[in-house]
Design a binder for this molecule. Structure first.
Ligand SMILES: NC(=O)c1ccc[n+]([C@@H]2O[C@H](COP(=O)([O-])OP(=O)(O)OC[C@H]3O[C@@H](n4cnc5c(N)ncnc54)[C@H](OP(=O)(O)O)[C@@H]3O)[C@@H](O)[C@H]2O)c1
Length: 244
């Protein structure tokens, strides 16, 4: 089988890294991005087959340069995992305009225009997977900004499923629940809050990054050829239940 070219934004930690390892172990050519060169170097040391490019996805020039570099070295992108996103949890009345611009830029605009750039070198039958969040599937106190940016990128999956149908490109989103990563984990919450959060999940635990990368890998596979325009919740059942 020809090796697939997989671009993952934000691949030096968390779900992005786990997904990069999964594709790389399958023999695919994997490129990851991140802002911190040191973190990228550490990944490269441990996983020499994973190609790293320092690039800030929220910066327009970086996005264009990234796609140009990938094109020069690999010639195409078969699979794009648009993964970068930053959490902010505050009441609407406490959010400044600067915070709004920053989060909309990273969580929504960056994905929107990265996909636009990536499509220039994506052949027919490519796959796009967007990392959204469980938070936009519920009205959640303190999630007006984060949740609405995730609703926005999730919506892209629906619209692009029809817009890109002539090119046979499937576009799906995933919506992780509570997943232990660098930016969000049980330790940072503290035992008491972590226990309360876990009690919202029928499985009574946080998820691990490998439980997300497995779904991304599946969505990029032939087995998932008829899944298109969907947003798949991976949350241990949290949003499916009302837990008294
Ligand atoms: N963790 C959760 O429970 C959870 C739940 C639902 C949804 N999500 C979503 O899942 C996605 C991945 O989150 P995660 O928790 O796996 O994150 P993470 O562990 O904090 O890792 C984030 C990765 O993205 C990179 N990154 C951050 N900002 C970037 C930028 N502007 N440009 C390029 N790379 C950037 C980081 O490297 P540098 O810092 O070096 O740039 C790092 O490699 C996000 O979209 C998040 O909103 C997370």
């Amino acid at each position: 089988m020809n090796k697939r070219v997989v671009l993952i934004t934000g691949g030096s930690a968390g779900m992005g890294l786990s997904t990069a390892i999964k594709f790389s172990e399958n023999g695919d050519k994997v490129i990851i991005t991140g802002r911190n060169q040191q973190k990228l170097d550490e990944v490269n040391k441990k996983y020499p087959d994973i190609y790293t490019i320092a690039s800030d996805v929220s910066n327009s020039k970086d996005r264009k340069d990234l796609i140009n570099i990938v094109n020069k070295i690999f010639g195409r992108i078969d699979i794009l995992f648009s993964n970068v996103g930053v959490g902010i949890f505050k009441a609407l009345t406490e959010i400044s305009e600067n915070e709004f611009d920053e989060i909309v830029n990273i969580n929504y605009k960056a994905s929107f225009f990265l996909i636009q750039e990536a499509l220039k070198i994506m052949p027919d039958k490519g796959r796009i997977i967007i990392n959204a969040s469980w938070t936009h599937h519920r009205g959640l106190y303190s999630s007006s900004l984060y949740g609405s940016t995730k609703a926005a990128i999730s919506h892209l999956a629906k619209t692009l499923a029809i817009e890109l149908s002539p090119r046979k490109i499937n576009v799906n989103a995933i919506s992780p629940g509570y997943i232990n990563t660098e930016q969000f984990n049980e330790d940072m919450l503290g035992a008491e809050i972590a226990k309360e959060r876990k009690s919202q999940v029928p499985q009574n635990r946080f998820g691990e990054t490998s439980e997300i990368s497995g779904m991304v890998f599946f969505l990029a596979s032939n087995e998932a050829s008829y899944i298109n325009g969907q947003d798949i919740l991976i949350d241990g059942g949290m949003t499916a239940v009302h837990n008294y």
